[in-house]
Write a protein that binds this ligand. Structure first.
Ligand code: GLU
Length: 489
């Protein structure tokens, strides 16, 4: 089978061989979850901080559950978020020759052995263990089969799996985040490396690849901590250097339960579609476990790369609070150059955009009140298209029998204005209110409703100025007609 060639950088070609090599290894069985994105991001920051190399490996050996379109989705979500890798993507499904060769070698060296028990036999053993209240472990019976007999039976086509000969000693992992973790030998059995159909199993392909890709640090979610002793035993059997491990704390929802669909958007692309800026999500995810020191929360990418260290990553779980993400997004919305923010919001301006100068001024006017590019897109469209309807609560509250007449008077005095500014239109409204013997508020609220369809938003007279005379008068008069039609005589 053809070996993979790294499209961006040949292994280590341009880098010092002593610098770290890390990888993100998603299984394409779902879209990129925020937890996976955080794992990728910590690998990336670690690589950038240390001058190391960040690889992407697609773990697609689970043929029933892996889907190509999910790989494409993961790649596009990574690109959107700015998780650029230096090498890869490497596809495990194209590396079977490597796993086969490694299994042959372990068998030849006696570090692994064939086991010929049938699934039914194993099931019987499992049931017996359960009935006796013991945790099931494979008995290791096939360890005793002499190599010649094993070879002969395999050649004769007898079905078998390949199992690792686990050492009978405690395995100690010095985790960079969790410290020393001990795994007593009794907890581990001779696990399967290769299935009877020749398919390599997860632990095996991971370790063969980490070895072949010369991975120095394995940074991943702590759901993999329990797998680590198996991996250590495998690296030893492969005669490979054992990478350092760093297991990241879980990500929880605000109810402190493991983050899932129940908590709303859990996939990166859902946040993208909700109008979150990739820079903001990157910053937010970076702080889910890493404390850069001080109470800084907004960090540039360069600062994160400069300051990131695994020592400052905590072992305890982090809470994913969507409100905090929206707050952080608003910080980015507030600071982004107007033309950039316009470009990012344009896809969300479903009902069109006003002319560019108006759009840029609208960006400045609305950014203090807007948290997402969806909201900004909606604000921008409100200058391009007259309101399709009026907020019903606002209507109930602010439209009185005298409203159409008062707004008609207002429209006339606005029409007579020689210049159209926030100040001049405000003055016209205040004078109209005075003439009508009502407070300015009695006109302000229905005017806002008439012009924007809503009762809240940016300072009204700035909106009026930006809409321009023609549009503002047209909207006011349309509203007067609507109000007349619904006002009892
Ligand atoms: N493919 C594994 C997963 O999606 C990651 C394996 C690893 O990082 O060692 O969880």
């Amino acid at each position: 089978m053809e070996r993979e060639v790294a499209p961006k950088l040949a292994f280590g070609a341009l880098k010092d061989p002593t610098t770290p090599r890390v990888r993100f290894a998603p299984s394409p069985t779902g879209s990129l979850h925020v937890g996976g994105a955080r794992t990728a991001l910590y690998n990336l920051l670690f690589a950038r901080h240390t001058g190391g190399t960040f690889l992407l490996r697609i773990e697609d050996t689970d043929v029933e559950r892996s889907r190509e379109e999910l790989t494409a989705q993961i790649l596009s979500a990574m690109e959107w978020l700015g998780l650029e890798f230096d090498e890869g993507p490497f596809y495990q499904s194209r590396r079977y020759d490597l796993y086969r060769a490694a299994a042959e070698r372990l068998l030849a060296e006696g570090k692994a052995y064939r086991a010929f028990e049938t699934p039914v036999e194993l099931e019987t053993e499992r049931k017996k263990a359960e009935a006796a209240g013991r945790a099931y472990r494979y008995s290791g019976a096939a360890r005793a089969i002499p190599p010649e007999e094993s070879d002969r039976r395999a050649r004769a086509g007898e079905r078998h799996v390949v199992r690792l000969r686990m050492p009978s000693e405690t395995i100690v992992v010095e985790d960079l985040i969790r410290g020393r973790v001990e795994f007593p030998a009794e907890a581990l059995d001779d696990f399967v490396l290769v299935r009877s159909d020749g398919h390599p199993l997860y632990h095996f392909s991971v370790c063969v690849d980490d070895t072949e890709m010369r991975i120095t640090h394995v940074i991943r979610g702590d759901d993999h901590l329990a797998n680590t002793p198996k991996h250590v035993a495998l690296f030893r059997a492969l005669g490979a250097p054992i990478p350092r491990f760093a297991h990241l704390g879980m990500i929880l929802g605000t109810d402190r339960k493991k983050l899932s669909k129940r908590h709303g958007a859990a996939a990166v692309e859902e946040w993208r579609d909700a109008g979150i800026l990739p820079e903001a999500l990157f910053n937010f995810l970076a702080l889910l476990g890493w404390a850069p020191g001080g109470d800084r929360e907004i960090l540039t990418r360069a600062e994160m790369e400069r300051e990131f260290s695994l020592e400052k990553v905590g072992a305890s779980p982090s809470v994913f609070d969507p409100e905090k993400l929206l707050w952080m997004n608003a910080q980015y919305v507030a600071k982004m150059p107007a033309d950039e923010l316009l470009a990012r919001s344009t896809p969300h301006a479903a009902k069109g955009l006003p002319p560019r100068e108006v759009a840029l001024a609208a960006i400045e006017l609305h950014r203090p009140r807007v948290r997402t590019t969806i909201e900004m897109g909606r604000a921008l469209s409100s200058y391009a298209e007259d309101p399709a309807d009026y907020d019903p609560d606002g209507w109930k509250k602010h439209v009185r029998p005298e409203t159409p007449r008062q707004l008609e008077t207002l429209a006339r005095s606005l029409e007579a204005l020689p210049d159209w500014t926030a100040a001049s239109t405000e003055e016209a409204l205040r004078k109209t209110a005075e003439g009508e013997g009502v407070s300015a508020g009695k006109l302000i609220h229905p005017t806002r409703l008439a012009l924007t369809g809503t009762t809240v938003g940016a300072p009204l007279f700035d909106v009026v100025a930006l809409l321009g005379k023609e549009t503002a008068l047209r909207r006011l008069r349309r509203f007067v007609e609507a109000a007349k039609a619904q006002t009892p005589a």
